[in-house]
Design a protein around this ligand. Sequence first.
Ligand code: HEC
Length: 409
Amino acid sequence: MRKVLFVGITLALAISTSNAQAQIPTWTEDVAPLMQDKCMNCHRPGEVAPMSLLTYDEAQPWARSIRLMVQDRIMPPWHATPEYGEFGNNRRMTPRQIQTVVDWVEGGTPEGPGDWTPPEYPEGWLLGGPLGAPDYVFEMEEDFMVPAGGEDININIIVPTTHEEDIWVRAAEVRGNSRVMHHNVVRVILPDGSEERTGRLASATPGKQWDLFPDGAAKLIPTGSTMNFSLHYHPSNVEEADRSRVAVWLARQPITHEVHSSVVADPGLIIPPFEANYESRGEFVFDTDAQITLMKPHMHYRGKDMLYQLVYPDGETETILSVPEYDMNWQISYELARPISVPAGTKLQVIAHFDNSEMNPWNPDPSLQVLWGPDSRDEMMEGWFDYRVELEEPIIPSSAQVISDGGLD
Ligand code: HEC
């Protein structure tokens, strides 16, 4: 009798202390808001992720898998190390946030008090809400048919433009059939065939659809330019048609800074068969004072790591991005929280490594010597970046005059 009572008391004590020590997080209070921030952009109906995680009923059956993915930092996809750079679009979870998810799953995935209202995602252009209807939409001339199943498809498609005078763009949004379009990088090709001036206009990657520049900053699209859509399709289990398009919103304010997108590349790379750590380097020298705003590494299946570093005119060096485990499946843009100012003469160095060994699970064939090329079986070493340069004199775009009823000042 006495013994039984004693056991009962310890049990009660044990339960009450464990409750006090570890409050089990709940869906409505802790997990849903966190997942709204880190996951739901991709895990919602019609997006590229395989399942929606908007509601408790949708997320709860995935709990074990969610815990694994989050603990191993496979989800959310984000590959920059936290040591360098501070990014406005940072998706990386803090150890504490990871613990919240783990505790929720281990604590039996309680739903918690109250109701959780999942965020609403607008149909049509995401920027349509804040900016209104786009000024131009440039669209593929015909559907591209993505067959059911099968391998991923990489293809470049040229899209004509229709504007009759040069336009200055303050925002652009890229859309396609998100059931199969994994990503699309849109570049501006000038009438003379060059790409240098504007470069990448905007890109859509899982969870990201638009590029928006601050007031006074804009990208130029000269008349007669074409758009190169660099598309990556990931077939679904049914045949799908895609007609991707890019919408642009014109600058309404005097333009003080031109935004350029440029690239450090190493087209001469020659990766020997079975080489596990081939190094490739490239460099860009700023010939004017500028501000770097964004970086976007691009390699193919053998891409291993990439590092961006600045060498200032006084010789000081600074690492601004390090992606130690590159993954070609995620074309992530790293958007700096604050632009980095570089004086004229600063060098941007990009250093990348490639793994052409059989240890690389993505490697299509380690016995090949690999050269530069657009196909995923070839390689590319491209360190894309956006920077802006102050114009000598502000440009008043005609789009500002058209809509202004004296409201320019
Ligand atoms: C940038 C878009 C994106 C974000 C953000 C994202 N996911 Fe994913 N997730 C995907 C895609 C796409 C897949 C499909 C697997 C693949 O293609 O690698 C996936 C797969 C998964 C899977 C595995 C599904 C399976 O079939 O086993 C889980 C679990 C998961 N995500 C959970 C999460 C959680 C939890 C978060 C937030 C903490 C998150 N994801 C954030 C895009 C995303």
